[in-house]
Design a protein around this ligand. Structure first.
Ligand SMILES: [Zn+2]
Length: 214
């Protein structure tokens, strides 16, 4: 494995301009802090890497404790309920888990509303997320929501309900994802969306806990 310096990765992410033409990059450049590494998270071995969509356009962010991130609040709550954590604490979370974005550019619909990143942005950013996973050697990569799962699947069209709560079968994975030698598990986005009951999300985290024990 090629040794990767965190500072090198962070610099590459900040300097990437591939999404500029599709409206992603300018916000990152304006606001700066948009990756876990910007908030002093060190890449090391993690048991689980949670992958969400893309950083919000506002200063609200999972790793930014100065902001009230609904994703952080919900995810930590679900992990506690599932028995994967004792307390809803980011300090405890980062001992064994990591949470990062499939797309590093925030996409904006209007002033405060986030937009789904286009497929092109997922392709542009795959090289970053693959390296993060490669470096952290997690046992499981858990995608939260449909967009992050797209980054690893061969199929372009699918229904999240067909994948949620399960390990992704190898035959569905793209070659470079398969080569990472970890298991991919799919679940729902942690905040209320599309009427998925909270309990289903907790249930999936319990399944994740069982897989981790094996
Ligand atoms: Zn991008």
């Amino acid at each position: 494995m090629i040794f990767m310096q965190e500072s090198q990765l962070i610099e590459e992410i900040h300097n990437c301009k591939r999404c500029e033409s599709i409206g992603g990059r300018k916000y990152v450049l304006l606001e700066g802090k948009k990756t876990p590494l910007d908030f002093g998270v060190s890449l090391k071995q993690f048991k689980i890497i949670f992958v969400v969509e893309s950083p919000p356009v506002s200063g609200v962010y999972f790793w930014n404790l100065e902001s009230k991130s609904r994703v952080r609040k919900r995810l930590l709550n679900q992990l506690v309920k599932a028995g994967l954590m004792k307390n809803q604490s980011l300090e405890e979370f980062k001992e064994e888990y990591y949470c990062t974005d499939a797309v590093k550019c925030p996409f904006q619909e209007n002033k405060n509303q986030n937009a789904n990143p286009p497929m092109k942005a997922l392709e542009n950013c795959r090289r970053f997320i693959l390296r993060e996973i490669q470096y952290c050697e997690p046992k499981i990569v858990c995608t939260l929501g449909k967009t992050p799962l797209k980054a690893f699947l061969k199929v372009k069209r699918f229904r999240l309900e067909d994948f949620a709560g399960k390990i992704v079968e190898e035959s569905y994975l793209r070659e470079d994802a398969k080569n990472l030698r970890c298991q991919f598990f799919s679940s729902w986005f942690p905040t209320p969306r599309a009427g998925i009951p909270e309990n289903d999300k907790v249930q999936n985290m319990k399944i994740l806990k069982d897989i981790l024990k094996k």
